[in-house]
Structure formats: C-alpha cells, structure tokens
Design a protein around this ligand. Structure first.
Ligand code: SF4
Length: 408
C-alpha cells in the first residue's frame, strides 16, 4: 500500500503596516536584520520610543475611561505607573529603554529608587506627560474603540505558483477610532460654554478642514468614523512629491481605512489623524531639522501670520543655545495632521503596499535560494538612519557623515 505524503503546510505571510511595510521602506537590509534575524537590535531608540508612546497613550485612555481622573494628571502619581507598566511590557519583548531618554525602575539597579521629577523625568517621560495632558482632554472623550485590531487579505502581487510562497498575503494594524456619535456628544456638552479651556481642539481642527466638512456633508446618514494613530517622531518634511515619510504615513492611514471598512460594525471612514508627539517637547536634534525645513521651505506650517514669532525664534536659534520656548499653538499645529480619505487615494496606497510586499517577498526568495543577505536585501538607509543603525559596523553600504578634518 502506498502511503500518501503529508501535503505542504498552507501558509499566508502576514505583514504589519508599521512593523513590516514602513520599516522595510526605511532600509530593506535593516528590516531584514531587525525583523527576520535572530538577534534583536540592542537599542533601537526610535522603535522603542514609538512603541512606548503608543502604549502609554493607549493605557492612559483605558485608565481615563475607567476612573475619569480630571486633567492635568500628576506625573509621579498618575503617569509614572503607566510608564512603568509599558516599559516592563516592552522589556519582555526585548526592547530596552535608552538610559539617556528614560529612567527605568524595571532595571535591577534602580528598583528601590524613590523616583522624583527633577532627577528622573527624562525626555521620554516629559513627552508622555505632555501628550497625555495636552491631547488627552481633547482626544479621550472622542474615542469610541481603542486598540482595534484590523486585518485583511490581498492577492499576492505577481503570484507565480512555482516560486511564490502563497497566493495571498495578510495585512494588519492596530488603530483607535473616533466616532461621530462621540464628536456630537462632545459638541453638545460644550455648546453652552465660551471658555477657551472647554473648546475641543480636535473638533476645531476638523471643523476648519474644508475637505473633511465636504465629505461629512456628502455621506448618507450622519454617522462616520475617524482613525487615529500616534507617531513618536517629529512632523516630517512635506513640501515636495518625494518627501517619503510624509507620503508613506498617508498611505498607512488610507490602508487602515480600507482594512477598517471591511469590519461589520464600521461606519463610513472620512479621515485619519496622526499625532506627531515629539513636537510637543522637541529635542535639540528635532529642532535642528525643523530649522532646516523652515530654511528650505519644506514645511506646511506657515511662516507668516500667527506663527511668525515661533518661526523667527527657530530661525534665529543657535544650536549651542537653549532650545527656544515655542507657543503651544505652534506646537499643536505641528503635532496634528488630518488626512482625508477617498477611494482613489486608497487604491493608490494599496498598490504601493502591494509593491512593497512584492519586494519583501522577492528578497526573501532570493535569500532562500542561497543569495547572501547583503546582496538579497537593498541597503538604502539615509544618513540619519545609518547613524542610528545597530548594523552599521558590518554594513557595506552605510551612509555616514564625512569626517571633518581640522588643520592645526
Ligand atoms: S547601516 Fe544604513 S544602509 Fe546599512 S543596514 Fe543600517 S540603515 Fe541600512
């Protein structure tokens, strides 16, 4: 009797929008080492902070929903326990905080330290505190669903039954969703007041966005949704067609909209909002880039009008001097970005991500067939990415700043 052999396992490769697709676009080779290698990176600051601030905002919302603790929250009493919890979760995943940015009491040598604001509230904590106390009062009352897992399936681009790993691929992400119900409820609750502190800044930004208003007026019924994402980074440069990070964030929101649409309880998705949370407490390095953006006209924040004073402060700031005190209106404007959703743009974004998946799969197949890692995956980090990359010591294609020589 002939025994039948077990058929090959059917596997659909699964890609996360941020963890895989955006990370691959930053540098193919770095993505390969970080995501498909056996060693986790030692200290990926940007990755750690991105995950940290995301976790802190999600947890802060859950606690606000539970206890309705009024804002502003006290850093040591209300926020520090959240930071500790998120830090511990990240450490389990091998993501350890950079010492100069975060004081971790989950480290054995710091366990019994009595934490105080002056000595232990480092940059990551300062940003967490600002993000919660600044955006929390406006954002949390509008959230309808938090940490919603969205998943979808797409045809594998350029499928070939002899070489492709599967005829489909999966795509996923995690989002927060605001609903028209909560937005209207908040408008109703604040209708009676003329006090500035009661005005919801997010609703005001949405009201002032012409495209958003046209869209909600055009939909059937009065229910709609807005997708939220947080980024632990500064607002990207955004005046040219090739400002890649800016465009990719838009694709990400559009793809989230497509994924959310497929869920049974979804209402029409009219927009996405990204919060660039570094803008609330910019570091010296962030400000240097903002200064370059202003100088080269690479930012959408206007130089004239209400932000004239802030722009002048940044333009005249010397790197060796203290970071200038910027107005909260300027920081707000730089930290919020509204992305309107339309079908044509969604199609474009999906095609772009299909191409990315195709490129990841091609590199993977090359490697499976015996090609060397550095030949199978393109090394394409820019100077800033290479400088912070853990693999620069052995990467043949790293881009580093040319050494400056001084003549004695
Ligand atoms: S050093 Fe630069 S090019 Fe090389 S893997 Fe890292 S980011 Fe990519």
């Amino acid at each position: 009797m002939k025994l039948s052999s077990r058929s090959k396992a059917y596997m659909i490769p699964e890609y996360s929008l941020t963890g895989d697709l955006l990370s691959f676009l930053t540098c193919n080779l770095q993505y390969r080492y970080q995501n498909k290698g056996t060693l986790p990176p030692s200290m990926p600051i940007q990755l750690w902070f991105g995950e940290f601030i995301h976790g802190v905002m999600e947890e802060a919302y859950l606690q606000w929903e539970l206890n309705k603790t009024p804002f502003p929250w006290d850093w040591k009493k209300d926020i520090r326990p959240i930071e500790n919890m998120i830090d511990a979760r990240l450490q389990v995943r091998g993501l350890y905080p950079p010492k100069e940015h975060f004081f971790s009491t989950n480290h054995p040598s710091n366990e019994n330290v009595d934490v105080n604001e002056r000595d232990h509230k480092k940059l990551a904590s300062a940003r967490a505190e600002r993000a919660i106390n600044y955006w929390g009062p406006h954002l949390f009352p509008l959230i309808d669903s938090a940490e919603l897992l969205i998943k979808g399936i797409r045809n594998m681009p350029h499928y070939d039954k002899n070489t492709s790993r599967s005829n489909y691929y999966g795509i996923n992400g995690v989002i927060d969703v605001l609903s028209s119900l909560k937005i209207n409820e908040t408008i109703e609750n604040t209708r009676q007041t003329t006090l500035d502190s009661y005005r919801n800044k997010i609703i005001e930004y949405l009201k002032n966005d012409k495209e958003f208003q046209e869209h909600i007026n055009s939909i059937d019924g009065d229910e709609y949704e807005v997708i939220i994402d947080y980024k632990g980074m500064r607002r990207p440069s955004n005046q040219k067609e090739d400002d890649e990070t800016w465009i990719r964030h838009k694709w990400q929101i559009l793809t989230y909209a497509w994924l959310r649409r497929q869920q049974a309880d979804a209402k029409p998705i009219v927009a996405g909002i990204i919060f660039y949370l570094n803008e609330l407490v910019p570091s010296k390095e962030d400000l240097i880039v903002v200064q370059q953006d202003i100088h080269n006209n690479l930012t959408d924040i206007p130089k004239e009008g209400e932000f004239k004073k802030d722009v002048a402060l940044i333009e005249n700031w010397d790197e060796d001097a203290k970071v200038p005190e910027l107005s909260s209106e300027f920081k707000t404007a730089r930290s919020i970005r509204i992305i309107n959703i339309n079908n044509e743009e969604i199609e474009k974004a999906l095609n772009e991500f299909d191409n990315v998946v195709n490129n990841i799969e091609s590199s993977l197949i090359k490697e499976i067939k015996g090609c060397k890692i550095q030949d199978a995956w393109k090394a394409q980090g820019d100077e800033r990415t290479c400088d912070a990359c853990d693999f620069k010591t052995f990467c043949k294609n790293k881009k580093t700043k040319p050494k400056e020589f001084t003549i004695p």
